[in-house]
Ligand binder design. Structure first.
Ligand SMILES: CC1=C(CCC(=O)O)c2cc3nc(cc4[nH]c(cc5[nH]c(cc1n2)c(C)c5CCC(=O)O)c(CCC(=O)O)c4C)C(CCC(=O)O)=C3C
Ligand SMILES: [Fe+2]
Length: 340
């Protein structure tokens, strides 16, 4: 297989106040997210001037990947397209067609399996290609990377650095977080189900073992969305902090292993809400960084490409199975409500 381009696939985010509501409506198309929730999330974005950090993080990652490709003789033009906000993937795919690209490798900014984190990126590709029509390049998504040393390593160092900021008290606990998803979505994640949670459990175990083998740790959830009557993964980090304080925990290191960069959910839901909760409970609190443009993470992107182009061996720390192309029927889309 000959690949002639690389494309970064991401979520997208608003870059000015007027972008916020149209962006949110794109995210929740037909998902039954209540208006109150949308208004609350719009407010989170407005706290940052209507600017999500995610697009700039994508620009930075793409620039670093491009530089790393060049430095290592990998001659692939790079592109970037989003699911929910400009640059929209369909516009990128049109540009790629105009540039003569025939088959690109796509890297999605999520390490895990499941509908939102993996399958929906395949849908984004299909939708963008259908819109562009004849001549649209093929795009093959690179594999999930939850246990790759280039992803685990930066999280390990970040946990160590965050822990350094706390008084080394005996009552310190390591708390990993990831984006909550509907329980039904978690059950149907991966070819045999449960894969999102299982992968996160594996990442948590790998990071904890290298960063802080003496600390007890938990995996909990953040940023719940959706209508209240639909069950999502629990406990929420805020409830969990209260339960820990009750048990005599004195300090927490919070590591958002569910994210590759400091998205708005990290900045708002952790650095604001969870920090506030910890303060009220009298808990010491330190949030660990995400990989962002850590050189090991950037190199990982090239190594994933080279697995496909140059027969590079997979680098893996875990034991769960991994695959390049998701089997059909994997991670079904949730039922849409009132979608057009
Ligand atoms: C698993 C997962 C990831 C991690 C994997 C990945 O990275 O893909 C993720 C990432 C992100 N989620 C993001 C933002 C939002 N997610 C929402 C809503 C939802 N997320 C869901 C799941 C996930 N989301 C789900 C099941 C929903 C319900 C609606 C639906 O089924 O789609 C909403 C709607 C409002 C609300 O929060 O209620 C917003 C604004 C941003 C951008 C942040 C920024 O601007 O920096 C990012 C990176
Ligand atoms: Fe989300």
């Amino acid at each position: 297989m000959v690949y002639d381009a690389f494309v970064l696939l991401s979520f997208g985010g608003p870059e000015k106040p007027d972008d916020v509501m149209p962006f949110l409506r794109n995210v929740v198309r037909g998902r039954g997210v209540p208006e109150e929730r949308l208004a609350a999330v719009a407010e989170h974005y407005m706290h940052f001037g209507g600017v999500s950090p995610i697009n700039q993080q994508c620009r930075d990652l793409l620039a670093a990947v491009q530089a790393d490709f060049s430095a290592n003789g990998l001659d692939l033009p790079t592109y970037w397209g989003n699911r929910n906000w400009h640059p929209m993937l369909e516009d990128t795919v049109a540009q790629m067609r105009d540039d003569g690209v025939t088959h690109a490798l796509g890297f999605a900014t999520s390490a895990y399996g499941g509908y939102s984190s993996c399958h929906q990126y395949w849908e984004d590709i299909d939708r963008a290609r259908a819109k562009v029509g004849p001549g649209a390049p093929q795009i093959s998504k690179l594999r999930q990377f939850w246990d790759h040393p280039g992803f685990v390593g930066p999280h390990v160092d970040a946990v160590r650095q965050a822990w350094e900021k706390l008084d080394r008290r005996a009552g310190t606990r390591l708390v990993f977080t990831a984006h909550s998803i509907p329980v039904s979505m978690a059950q149907s994640a991966g070819p045999t189900g449960g894969r999102y949670t299982a992968q996160l459990e594996e990442t948590a175990r790998l990071v904890a073992a290298q960063a802080a083998p003496d600390l007890s740790y938990d995996l909990v959830w953040q940023s719940r969305s959706g209508p209240p009557q639909v069950p999502w993964l629990e406990p929420d980090i805020n409830d969990h902090l209260a339960a820990l304080a009750e048990k005599g925990v004195t300090d927490v290191v919070v590591s958002p292993i569910g994210f590759v960069s400091d998205h708005l959910e990290v900045l708002w839901d952790l650095d604001n809400e969870a920090l506030e909760t910890a303060k009220k409970l009298g808990l010491g609190y330190a949030r660990a960084a995400t990989p962002n443009v850590d050189p090991r993470f950037v190199t990982m992107v090239r190594h994933l490409v080279e697995e496909r182009t140059a027969g590079r061996a997979q680098e893996r720390l875990g034991t769960l199975p991994v695959w390049d192309n998701c089997p059909g029927g994997c991670c079904p889309a949730p039922l849409r409500r009132g979608s057009k």
